[in-house]
Write a protein of this length. Structure first.
Length: 368
């Protein structure tokens, strides 16, 4: 079987080729590096994990409600459209919504895989190359994990959201070395980190909570990497150069805002798209959801120094400006602490299982 057989609509079988410009940069300085970035690189090596062995793939998932959420969390809950739907229609909608969401997670991770490899080539500093190399391995593992989850637990794929595709292309096509950082590490990874955290916290399904916690452990480091790499560089930009980056941030944030509205599901199921989108745009649940999704992006953009009037006006328009008051360090530490707790629990389970195997082997030896 091929993945193409599981898509809800046909996707091109040829590769999506994004032209890239810019230089592959070499440096002959091997000893001078930033301590915080090298520490992050060490942590990236220490925290590697195997998606095949670490995740408990035997745990069951309801494909009609992947995360195990109550109806109140559905974007159409309370609308006339929702009230007219039969239970079978609601179940089908839930299955498609889960498939669409995790498909976007999957495609975003493949985008991160390509962009992090691009960063290894284009960034001028060896310490950044070191860390980006560990991130490339992280992203490969995430692609592997989400692809298996979609195939085995849901059985349906959605094509890549066009807003995500546009931002990925713009991040890769630009010749300036910092644009892949800004597009991926700050915007795409920042949004992904918040989305993973939101679903990890709300989900009642043990497998979903587990895999999201492990992915978040990596993503928190990736966003920290972007901040460390860009903060010093952006402090030295000219007014014109900073304005160009802020324009990129504004466009990218509007694309990321629209990425998670789920229009593709409404279209695929033949639902009244305009009415569905109008309800989503005006629902209190989506307003809260959107604010939470930007909980990492907004303070991170401010932290790297791209905080001009246009950026603030865009965040005010989106209703997410208050996120600038958040303690980003505390948020990121919280994400890592939760993942570490899962890591310790899993390690203790594995240790107990190995001890039981040893005890059993000793007992069997004694019987012989």
């Amino acid at each position: 079987m091929t993945s193409y057989d599981f898509y809800v609509s046909s996707v091109p079988k040829e590769t999506w080729d994004v032209p890239m410009s810019g230089d592959a940069r070499f440096t002959w300085e091997y000893d001078d590096g930033r301590d915080r970035l090298l520490n992050l690189y060490q942590k990236g090596k220490d925290k590697q994990w195997d998606a095949q062995k670490r995740i408990d793939w035997d745990l069951e998932v309801d494909p009609n409600n992947v995360a195990g959420l109550p109806d109140q969390f559905n974007p159409l809950f309370g609308s006339e459209i929702w009230d007219r739907m039969s239970q079978a229609e609601k179940d089908e909608f839930g299955r498609h919504q889960g498939a669409w969401l995790f498909s976007q997670f999957l495609h975003g991770e493949q985008g991160a895989l390509n962009v992090s490899a691009r960063i290894v080539q284009s960034v001028p500093d060896l310490d950044s190359k070191f860390y980006a190399a560990t991130q490339t391995m992280d992203e490969a593992r995430h692609v592997e994990l989400y692809a298996r989850f979609l195939r085995e637990k849901i059985g349906t794929y959605y094509p890549i959201n066009q807003d995500l595709a546009k931002l990925l292309a713009e991040s890769l096509e630009d010749s300036r070395w910092d644009l892949p950082y800004l597009g991926m590490q700050v915007l795409i990874e920042g949004l992904a980190l918040a989305a993973f955290g939101l679903y990890r916290d709300m989900s009642t399904n043990p497998l979903v909570k587990q895999l999201l916690a492990y992915v978040m452990q990596d993503e928190a480091r990736h966003v920290a990497f972007g901040r460390l790499a860009l903060r010093d560089y952006y402090a030295e930009l000219t007014t014109k150069e900073r304005a160009e980056r802020e324009e990129f941030v504004v466009e990218g944030c509007y694309l990321m805002r629209d990425r998670f509205k789920g229009r593709e599901v409404f279209e695929q199921l033949g639902m009244p798209v305009d009415k569905c989108m109008e309800y989503v745009d005006n629902s209190d649940m989506y307003t809260l959801y959107q604010s939470l999704l930007f909980s990492r992006i907004v303070p991170c953009v401010k932290d790297v120094g791209l905080w001009g009037d246009k950026v603030q006006a865009a965040y005010l328009d989106m209703g997410v400006l208050d996120n600038a008051k958040a303690d980003l360090e505390a948020l990121m530490k919280q994400d890592e602490d939760i993942a570490d707790a899962v890591d310790r629990e899993r390690y203790e389970q594995e240790l107990a299982a190995r001890s039981a195997e040893v005890d059993e082997a000793i007992a069997l030896g004694g019987e012989g």
